[in-house]
Write a protein that binds this ligand. Structure first.
Ligand code: PXP
Length: 245
């Protein structure tokens, strides 16, 4: 059974919409742990559009499960990771124009840059995973970099619209996953997974970690919105059944 890494970036997205103090992703991490999260994942982007340095520092102090830092292959971010020392770093491609991570890292094009980052992180004792597309050449390239594991990009699977495309994309994940396991790489998967599409991926043999963010944060809004309105309504209408004191 895979472990669940909960990505809390989008709690910080809501906070950054107002540049205020709430909602605090550090609180979200604690609640995710209470809900059974096996890991907390955050992506410290170069443009700091959601998660901030302060968040990662506090999460390192407070998270009791695995802290997985998603990060680009830039010197500044690697320096920061080496200061924080999260249990795991997942290297991802990053461009400022994208809304979210668009594809996997191309290890054939970026081998030397990735190698440099990987070596520094491994030397510090951090577990390193590479976010790649489910392609055999990428897995072979990851293996050659001596990392602990790979996270296969499930975006194409998540976006597939009909039964044929869905089963073709699932098959790609299965084949690539088998190859990663044959090479003794840890097998993680993530991106675009939802309450509706996660089960077949969770059943892929050998997958040890799923990282899921947007769908969980989206659902949590709807699960909590009624109670939040009820409490504000009580304050507005001076009804005695709710008070912050
Ligand atoms: N894994 C990686 C490497 C990611 O970049 C992301 C998005 O930040 C996720 C998993 C989670 O994706 P989603 O938010 O679509 O669940």
């Amino acid at each position: 059974m895979p472990k669940l890494g909960v990505n809390i970036d989008h709690v910080a997205t809501v906070r950054q919409a107002r540049r205020t103090v709430e909602p605090d992703p550090v609180w979200a991490a604690a609640l995710a742990e209470l809900g059974g999260a096996d890991g907390i994942t955050v992506h410290l982007r170069e443009d700091r559009r959601h998660i901030q340095d302060r968040d990662v520092r506090l999460l390192k102090e407070t998270v009791q499960v695995k802290l997985n830092l998603e990060m680009s292959i830039t010197e500044e971010i690697v320096d920061f990771a080496l200061e924080i020392l999260p249990e795991q770093c997942t290297l991802v491609p990053e461009s400022r124009e994208e809304i979210t991570t668009e594809g996997g890292l191309d290890l054939l094009k970026n081998r030397d840059r990735v190698q440099k980052c990987v070596d520094r992180l491994l030397e510090a004792g951090i577990e390193v995973s590479l976010f790649i597309d489910p392609e055999i050449q990428q897995i072979a390239a990851a293996d050659a970099l001596n990392v602990h594991g790979v996270e296969l990009h499930t975006g194409c699977y998540a976006e597939a619209k009909n039964v044929e495309d869905i089963s073709r994309e699932l098959e790609r994940l299965l084949i690539a996953g088998d190859d990663a396991l044959d090479r003794n790489l840890l097998l993680h998967m993530g991106h675009g997974l939802t309450y509706r599409n996660v089960e077949p991926v969770a059943e892929i043999p050998g997958v040890s970690e799923l990282n899921i963010g947007h769908s969980i944060i989206s659902r949590s809004m709807f699960i909590g919105i009624e109670q939040a309105v009820r409490e504000m309504k009580a304050l507005v209408s001076h009804t005695p059944d709710f008070s912050l004191e």
